[in-house]
Ligand binder design. Structure first.
Ligand code: BYC
Length: 316
């Protein structure tokens, strides 16, 4: 079959909602686009442990500590499912980690902001996990089978994360005046970076058109961002907190909230490595990677020992 005929058959499968599996034929650009997106998604989960991990020892009660510990541990698990999904496309985990540590691969801009107070843990769960779910629910229907299946489990866990964050915000918003102000301050600092998580506006998004054609993405960056604003505004109202956007208002004709301009200069500055915590995050990842070398060596040695034992058993 010619390349053209193969590509036509591939597109027909996508259009018929048949999942693409690792051994199926796929265009090289589809494979590369997926490796890019899935690996960056995995890196985001792993780097995303850092701002929250920072608060595990300082959580205000044992219950909060247990919940936060479980959440951060879940993020590690999400990273692992995603690295495994990407590996089915013919890239090794070492290569992906190398791309992250060398700065070649991106990870979500959101994790380059600092967590200054306990309320930031609430705001992250509510807004950051809320934004992540909005995007990931769409990805449970993505065209690549292993990615779609990983997303189903991830979304279940993310919804627990979102609720633990919202509950922290609710407790603070109904607490003392100082606690309420802490919650408002966290919302002020996390609102705009959370909107930036959805990526550049559609007119500046380089991958959206192709990703939509191949159903890697099912909604555009702007569609998801709008959906997030629409569900989050009533949640802020329920908390009695104010979203830091003077242009935010309900538009009856559109049936959506209008909102103000995102600072795209800030977005690109952070994406290109110059956000408030980029250097700190990468330093922490590199150190963790170096300190974990003995664990990887030990795991490999153990696997090799098991392999030899099995071989010996089979030979005997
Ligand atoms: N930050 O053409 P575009 C989480 C890059 S964390 C940094 O629109 P695409 C969680 C983009 O990569 C959430 N970079 O791209 C974990 C591209 O650069 P390259 C992570 C960004 O891929 C712990 C360029 O800008 N979720 O779940 O069509 C605790 C042009 O963009 C960002 C995912 O990764 C950004 N915000 O659309 C709590 C979901 N936005 O690669 C929560 C999976 C864009 O050409 N990913 N860029 O060098 C996606 O759905 C899509 O990749 C995006 C971007 C919507 C993010």
């Amino acid at each position: 079959m010619t390349e053209e005929a193969l590509e036509k058959r591939f597109q027909e499968k996508i259009d018929a909602e048949i999942k693409i599996e690792p051994k199926d034929w796929m265009p090289e650009r589809y494979r590369r686009n997926l490796i890019r997106q899935i690996s960056q998604h995995a890196h985001s989960e792993v780097v995303g442990m850092l701002p929250e991990g920072n608060w595990i020892t300082r959580a205000p009660t044992l219950r909060r500590k247990v919940a936060l510990l479980a959440k951060v541990q879940d993020e590690a698990g999400h990273g692992l499912y995603l690295y495994s999904a990407a590996e089915t496309l013919g890239i090794s985990r070492e290569e992906m980690i190398e791309q992250l540590l060398s700065g070649k691969a991106k990870y979500s801009s959101i994790f380059n902001y600092p967590t200054l107070t306990w309320a930031d843990i609430g705001a992250i769960g509510w807004l950051v996990d809320g934004a992540a779910i909005m995007n990931q629910v769409m990805l449970t229907r993505t065209s690549y089978g292993p990615y779609a299946r990983a997303m189903v489990r991830i979304c279940k866990e993310e919804s627990f994360h979102q609720r633990q964050g919202y509950e922290i915000m609710l407790t603070l918003a109904r607490g003392t005046e100082v606690q309420r102000r802490m919650a408002q301050d966290a919302l002020n600092r996390w609102w705009w970076p959370a909107l930036m998580m959805f990526g550049p506006s559609d007119k500046d998004s380089v991958h959206t058109a192709e990703s939509m054609k191949w159903k890697i993405k099912r909604k555009t960056n702007d569609e998801l961002r709008q959906q997030f604003v629409d569900v989050t505004v009533p949640q802020a109202e329920y908390l009695g907190l104010t979203i830091p956007d003077p242009d935010l208002k309900w538009n009856e004709a559109r049936g959506h909230y209008d909102f103000g301009q995102i600072d795209w200069d800030e977005f690109w500055r952070v994406v290109k490595g110059n956000g408030p915590c980029n250097h700190q995050r990468m330093k922490a990842r590199r150190e963790a990677h170096e300190k974990g070398a003995w664990v990887r060596e030990a795991a490999l040695a153990w696997a090799e020992k098991q392999r030899r034992r099995r071989q010996k058993k089979m030979a005997g």
